[in-house]
Every structure is written in C-alpha cells, then in structure tokens.
Ligand binder design. Sequence first.
Ligand code: ACO
Length: 347
Amino acid sequence: MADCAHLLLRGTLPTRKQRRDFQREVRGHRLVHEHLIRFFQGFNHDAHPMAILVSVVGALSAFYNDDHDYRDPAKRDLAGMRCVGKMATLAAYSYKTAHGQPIVYPRDDLNLAQNFMYMMFALPTRPYDLDPVACRCLEVILMLHADHEQNASTSTVRIAGSSQANPFACVAAGVASLWGPAHGGANEAVLAMLEEIGTVDRIPKCVARAKSKTDPFRLMGFGHRVYKQMDPRARLMRDMCHKLLDHLKIKDPLLDLAMELEKVALSDDYFISRKLYPNVDFYSGICFRALGIPREMFTVIFAVGRSVGWIAQWIEMAGEEVSRISRPRQMYEGAPERPFVPLSERR
Ligand code: ACO
C-alpha cells in the first residue's frame, strides 16, 4: 500500500529510500490527540461505525486548524499525510467503540493493513497473531479502493475543498457521501442481499425483483456509472476471495451463492442489454466476512482505502494556480412567479 499511496500522493513509485522515508512519515502521524479519543466515548454502543467515522474525521479539523495557507506545498503535504496516517486509527477506534472494547494504540512496526487488523482485533487480555495472507488480502482491498476518478465521494471532497475549507472537513464530507448504498455502502448491502436470498433456488425470485419496474430493489454489487463491462476490480476481488477462503479453510455458502447469482444475471437479457456487471463491491463483502470483519465495518474500510485518493485529489486541487469555487447551476422547473401572501392571509 505504501507504493500505491506514494504513487497517488507524490506522483511516482518510490525508490527504496523514498519508500522508507514515506512509511516513517505516515506512521509518525498514526496517533490521534488524546482529547479526540474522548469523542468516541460520547457515542451509543450501537452507533454505526460510519456515523462515528464521519464525525471524528470532521473533528480532526478542530485539532489541525492552525494554518489555512494550503497554497504552500509543504503545508498541503503535511495536512494530507496527517489525514492518511490517522484514518486507519480512527476507523479501528470506531470499530472498538461500536463493540464496547478498549481502544488499541497503533504500532509503528506494522504496515497499514497489519496495523489496522491489529488495532481492530487485539485485546489486552489475549495476544493477536497476524495472518500474513489475511493481511495481504486487506492490503489488496485497500489498494483496489484507493482512487477511482470522479466518483460521488471524491467529487464531494473536491466540491467541499473548492471553497478552501479545512481538508479534514472535506474528507469528512467524502466519508458521508461514500456511506450510501448506491456508492460505498453497496458492499454492506450485497452481503445483506446474499443472506436474504439464502439458497440457490431463491436466486430467480431475486433476479425477477431486480428486473421489476414496480419494485425499487436493485441487484446490489451490480452496475456502474462508468464500467459497462466487468469492473476489473471485481475480477481481482473474486480471485482473491477464493485464495483467502482456501487459505483459511473456510467454506462459505455465500461465495457459491454469489457466483451462481453472477452466472444467472450475466445470462439474462435485462442485465446484458443494460451492460450491468458485478462491480468492486460484489465480492468484497465475502472477503471481509472471511477476515472476521463485521458488515458495518465494510464501508469504513472502503473509506480508509479511498482516503488516499481523496487526499491526492485535494492536494492536486489545492495546488492549482487558479482556484474557482465549484458552483453547479440549477434549472428551476417549479411554479411560475407567485404574489407574496402575508402569513395572516395564508390558508
Ligand atoms: N439492478 C437492477 N437494475 C439495475 C441495476 C441493478 N444493480 N443498476 C442499474 N439498473 C438498471 C436501471 O434500473 C436502469 O434500467 P432502465 O434503463 O430500464 O430504467 C438501467 O439499469 C440504468 O441504470 P441507472 O440508474 O441509469 O445507472 P446509473 O449509472 O445511474 O447507476 C449504480 C449506477 C448507482 C451503480 C447502479 O447500477 C446501482 O444502483 N447499482 C447497485 C448499487 C451498487 O452496487 N453500487 C456500487 C457502485 S460501485 C461503487 O460505488 C464503488
């Protein structure tokens, strides 16, 4: 992930020395202010981790609000590295909060994926052994989600950033936009859908629902605004899913169900004619499940990976010579001009 983050944030794959320096730098930003940790204690135990994440990432702006002159490349870079360094910590603390467990501080000797697994699953009462294959799987997932041009959440970060708002507040806006089931929340929705289908014989009913003009239900993890063929990330995710499950000796009936659903949908005229193929979210949930990550954390992990892209895009935008505020126009289609009626005369 360090190479991928360096490529996105600095524009090139790093040399060995650059990689070491970059890792040292990011790791140096992993801790969050102790006062920020108190924010977590204010949430209900059943709060959704995305609700927690959107709040605490935004709260970072209260801790790093010292200098708004982001025309200075060094200040932009520092803000970006702080955000990238702290995202996984905040995400893991969101998990711990939602599970009522004590938080676990980050470790400098671990890479991003290892550190994230450690912060989520380690407990003061028992050691936690990191599985290299599981950690590598999480690392690949983070890389596959790192950036994807102008998707809804990235555009949101850019729109917020165009007013020269604090970058942490901009990233919080991105987290909010990612949350919805039409975007990053789809990975959570895919698993819910597969669990609801339950058995292969119920697939036709689900596909019929997705095709119905009267039912708003959609096949989650299918379709993409840009990809009109199989999302290349979905293919990688499916292969990795098989490898991970084999390694962990897990037989997950949901994987068989997902593959059968893919087969049925891809041989159906409705999906063929509309060029609807599995997207990155279709298989990621099954990987997360095998890693022992609960459903409500799926989109949080997406946010950790995507934060690198959000920051790279924000840095690029904040560094532009001429910056203009984003200001989409709106076509008014409502009633024509109406006379003003005083409140006392309104019925
Ligand atoms: N299931 C059933 N029908 C679908 C689906 C689906 N998943 N996706 C699109 N369609 C249909 C629409 O009903 C529409 O049919 P029509 O032409 O008969 O009216 C046609 O395909 C085109 O759909 P649009 O909504 O115009 O496609 P759009 O590009 O706006 O939507 C989106 C893309 C939001 C991803 C959509 O495919 C969807 O809702 N998919 C399910 C949610 C999902 O998996 N989201 C994750 C996207 S990837 C990501 O964000 C990381």
